[in-house]
Design a protein around this ligand. Structure first.
Ligand code: C5P
Length: 209
């Protein structure tokens, strides 16, 4: 069994996290949600009352991060996502986190990494690259239902506006902007469920193995 790396990129709430987890389970690979590395960096700064706009302080915080202790349940807050996309524009922060992500990808038997720049920057030699998208409306509705099902309250128009703002920041930044790699395979989850997307992805992987 050769070393396998699968890259999964796309905007927020497109379904890439669930798809990546399913693929990792199915193929016995390790999984890294790289968004958590940016979120954990932002949370560490917020918790310590440190500024979000000091690149050297943020990069130092990123370098000290322990990838094995990342837990989405303590990093899922909306404010943390916002703060994450702010520290994610800083090249020194990205360099520190990308290095740790590449190290994760090198460990046997291989890994599925999901994020914004996996196919373009972190693992340009990945065996397979997926770019998972869905319309902003569909993604906002998914995020909305997720919050409501967890007993929270939310308003759809505000969620849509936030998603579009974060997409614009992620796609508009100079360093490693959100965009499909030239050799990425597109999976649009606007009209298909995660199960269907998983089947599509699997049939593509089977052909490449
Ligand atoms: O995917 P998630 O919402 O957890 O990511 C939070 C933020 O981290 C994104 O909005 C993006 O700015 C940043 N990020 C990134 N590169 C990655 C993963 C996430 O810039 N590979």
């Amino acid at each position: 069994h050769p070393h396998i790396v699968i890259a999964v990129d796309g905007p927020a709430a497109a379904g890439k996290g669930t798809l990546s987890r399913r693929l990792a389970e199915h193929y016995g690979l390790r999984h890294l949600d790289t968004g958590l590395t940016y979120r954990a960096t932002a949370k560490a700064l917020l918790d310590r009352g440190l500024p979000l706009d000091d690149e050297d302080v943020a990069a130092e915080t990123a370098r000290a991060l322990d990838l094995s202790g990342l837990d989405r349940s303590v990093l899922s807050a909306h404010e943390i996502g916002e703060a994450a996309s702010k520290v994610a524009v800083m090249p020194k922060v990205r360099r520190a986190l990308v290095e740790a992500q590449r190290e994760f990808a090198r460990i046997e038997p291989g890994a599925v990494l999901d994020g914004r720049d996996i196919g373009t920057v972190v693992c340009p030699d990945a065996l397979i690259k997926f770019y998972v998208t869905a319309s902003p409306e569909v993604r906002a509705r998914r995020r909305y239902q997720e919050i409501i099902s967890q007993g929270g309250s939310a308003e759809l128009p505000a969620i849509l506006a936030d998603l579009e703002k974060r997409d614009a920041r992620d796609a508009g930044r100079a360093d490693s902007p959100l965009k499909p790699a030239a050799d990425a395979l597109m999976i649009d989850t606007s009209d298909q469920g995660i199960e269907e997307a998983f089947e599509t992805a699997m049939s593509i992987i089977e052909k490449a193995l």
